[in-house]
Ligand binder design. Structure first.
Ligand SMILES: [Zn+2]
Length: 224
């Protein structure tokens, strides 16, 4: 993914933003990390703001108010209002409307699959924040619906970023590979969806946009 706007280095004053948690200490993103991992952290910082702004525009169109989630990038184990977060994890916590990304996890995805794979993980977690603000998760009967819808919303973000010429040629294959790798081995209504379902969900959002993702909320009706 291309970073199209130079990142400001001043401290953000708003409640939203991206934070790194290092040894239990929360740091505003601008002050830290001049390490080899800097590139992906800069991209995640940019993508987080970009995803946030896209949803703010989308909510405005829907006549709803968008509330920016906080995004925390952490290493090791941390305590959150949704319990302890461990390594190799990414999660949205509705209790404090915050996204938690494990730094070694996203760094490994970036290294093994690519930057847009890591950004797709972040966009998926934003998708859960969207569900909460729109009340969509209360409509779903099975966790798998929420998970596939969050994948679809990540695809919608990719569509939007692609229209704005932010994507590199390899970005959609990276997101597809990441969606496939995140699938469960067997179909389970209480899990995340199979590899093929997750890829289909991402591509539905990428090809057909926001409205198409809403079908996941009522998807259980076909099991009646
Ligand atoms: Zn999820």
């Amino acid at each position: 993914m291309k970073i199209s706007v130079r990142l400001p280095r001043r401290r953000q004053s708003s409640r939203s933003g991206l934070y790194f948690i290092l040894c239990g200490v929360t740091l505003a993103v601008q002050a830290v990390f001049l390490t080899p991992a800097q590139a992906i952290q800069d991209k995640l910082t940019f993508a987080s703001r970009d995803i946030n702004e896209m949803w703010a525009r989308q909510f405005q169109q829907l006549g709803r108010s968008w509330v920016s989630p906080r995004v925390y990038i952490y290493s090791g184990r941390i305590q959150t209002p949704c319990g302890v977060m461990n390594n190799w994890n990414a999660q949205y916590c509705p209790r404090n409307h915050s996204i938690y990304l494990n730094e070694p996890f996203v760094r490994r995805i970036n290294h093994q699959v690519g930057d847009f794979a890591a950004i797709t993980v972040l966009a998926h977690e934003y998708g859960h924040a969207v569900q909460r603000l729109l009340g969509l998760s209360t409509v779903s009967r099975y966790p798998v619906q929420d998970e596939l819808q969050a994948d679809c919303f990540a695809g919608f973000y990719a569509q939007d970023a692609n229209r704005r010429k932010l994507l590199d040629p390899g970005d959609i294959p990276e997101a597809t590979a990441q969606s496939y790798a995140s699938g469960d081995p067997a179909f389970d209504l209480n899990a995340h969806g199979t590899p093929n379902q997750r890829v289909r969900a991402f591509h539905l959002g990428f090809d057909q946009g926001f409205q198409s993702c809403l079908s996941y909320s009522t998807w259980h009706q076909r099991f009646r």
